[in-house]
Design a protein around this ligand. Structure first.
Ligand SMILES: CCCCCCCCCCCCCCCC(=O)SCCNC(=O)CCNC(=O)[C@H](O)C(C)(C)COP(=O)(O)OP(=O)(O)OC[C@H]1O[C@@H](n2cnc3c(N)ncnc32)[C@H](O)[C@@H]1OP(=O)(O)O
Length: 164
């Protein structure tokens, strides 16, 4: 059996202070996303402070996990389809246009969860993603997320609010 080292998308986003996905936010959720075939996967373990109902994960935190996993995965996909590495130029960054979450059943707060996202469509600046959340092998939420490319280092970014 070979053990392949995972390439985490967030490790290629220097200066990212985002609460959900920023390596540079020590108080944040610090998610890590990587490819498993065509699926972008994120495994995450909660903490007691993220309870909603006792022992259940807060729904807003779950939406944040989905959101950030999908933004980082939209970015990684853009590099993938251009057949280049995540540390190459031009640099692309994405922001959430729309997120729709259907909470199917309670998500435990004391068990690891897994997010699995796929790209459904890329059209211009817009990437549409589907993301499922699993706990103990059962789906607990499904989401559709629309990511919009808001930064392209090849273009003029004067006045762009999405630049540090
Ligand atoms: C860079 C420096 C390094 C820094 C270091 C790294 C930092 C790495 C940080 C990562 C961080 C992750 C972040 C986590 C996720 C957030 O938290 S992101 C924050 C929450 N989201 C926002 O604040 C976005 C606010 N909204 C906006 O800024 C603008 O409305 C948008 C969404 C960028 C759209 O901009 P726009 O230029 O008006 O878009 P436009 O060209 O008109 O439309 C393009 C297409 O998108 C569609 N569209 C437009 N808006 C929407 C929408 N809201 N919903 C759906 N579709 C839309 C349009 O219909 C159009 O579609 P087509 O006609 O082509 O089919």
């Amino acid at each position: 059996m070979t053990t392949e080292e995972k390439i985490y998308f967030q490790d290629f986003m220097p200066g990212n202070v985002c609460f959900g996905c920023g390596n540079n936010n020590p108080e944040g959720l610090q998610i890590k996303s990587y490819w498993e075939g065509e699926e972008a996967v994120c495994r995450w373990s909660s903490e007691e402070k993220y309870h909603g109902w006792a022992n259940l994960l807060n729904g807003g935190i779950l939406a944040t996990l989905i959101d950030c996993h999908c933004m980082c995965s939209a970015m990684a996909y853009a590099y993938k389809i251009e057949n280049r590495s995540l540390d190459s130029n031009p640099v692309y960054r994405y922001a959430t246009g729309t997120i729709t979450v259907k909470y199917l059943r309670p998500t435990p707060n004391n068990k690891p969860i897994e997010l699995r996202a796929v790209v459904e469509e890329v059209k211009g600046k817009k990437t549409t993603m589907k993301c499922n959340v699993y706990a103990e092998g059962e789906i607990t939420a499904e989401a559709q997320v629309i990511a919009i490319r808001v930064f392209d280092s090849n273009q003029s970014n004067a006045g762009n609010p999405f630049v540090e």
